[in-house]
Design a protein around this ligand. Structure first.
Ligand SMILES: [Zn+2]
Ligand SMILES: [Zn+2]
Length: 236
């Protein structure tokens, strides 16, 4: 799938049903890494932008789901990039803790969960992430990338805020924009929906003009206003 420029220096790499993003400063930063075996597609996108594997200096992951960290091990090896994830999701990606399956509180999760967890695509190669995050720090990536702790979808989900172009939010799966509709993450794949809604409220208080999502197209222009409308909708 195609790589699309969202804003100057922000590229969305379509990887089937999930997106990864490149933020280009003097060096390149990747946000999320797609499903397993997508490293070549991502490196191809990077080359297309005139970069070499070693130009990718940072890989910031939003959460432990296989569609976001699937190619992390391969990409870290190929590029030598510094890797980041929240400390609560790190042991799952490292294989030290079992991967939580789809939420059994949702009917679909209960019925399909055990099946889904057996798919090879859901069992990426374990990888020890170099930098474990708390939230609130600023990464030396893309000239400064803020970490916002947004738990709920997973216990250690983080979003990243890039203070360029009026603020660019990389929301991961804290929210989705499927079919052009900003909404809460899918219940089946969300560990704690009450907490996820609280995280959407937290994001809505931030200033950002654009928002990029793991699933669905980016919001360009007044993205924070769309988040504030979603918060009102969720409160009803
Ligand atoms: Zn997810
Ligand atoms: Zn996802």
């Amino acid at each position: 799938m195609a790589t699309e420029q969202v804003l100057p220096g922000v590229y969305q790499i379509g990887l089937g049903y999930v997106n990864a993003f490149l933020a280009a400063d003097e060096e390149l930063t990747l946000i999320d890494s797609g499903l397993p075996k997508k490293e070549e597609t991502i490196l191809k996108a990077l080359r297309h932008l005139g970069g070499k594997p070693k130009d990718l200096r940072h890989i910031a992951v939003t959460h432990h789901h296989a569609d976001h960290c699937g190619s992390l091990a391969a990409l870290a090896e190929a590029t030598g990039a510094a890797t980041y994830i929240h400390r609560l999701d790190a042991p799952i990606v490292a294989g030290d803790q079992p991967r939580p399956g789809p939420n059994p509180a949702s009917m679909a999760g209960k019925v399909l969960g055990p099946l889904i967890m057996r798919l090879p695509a859901n069992n990426p190669r374990p990888v020890r992430v170099a930098h474990e995050l708390e939230g609130g720090e600023e990464l030396p990536a893309a000239g400064g990338l803020s970490v916002v702790f947004t738990p709920g979808h997973t216990a250690g989900h983080v979003s990243y805020l890039w203070p360029r172009h009026g603020g660019v939010l990389f929301a991961g799966d804290a929210a989705g924009n499927l079919f052009g509709r900003l909404g809460k993450p899918l219940g089946m794949f969300t560990e704690d929906m009450a907490q996820a809604k609280e995280s959407i409220r937290k994001l809505a208080e931030l200033e950002f003009d654009a928002a990029c999502f793991g699933h669905g197209g980016a919001l360009k222009g007044k993205a924070h206003a769309a988040f504030r409308r979603l918060v009102e909708k969720l409160a009803r």
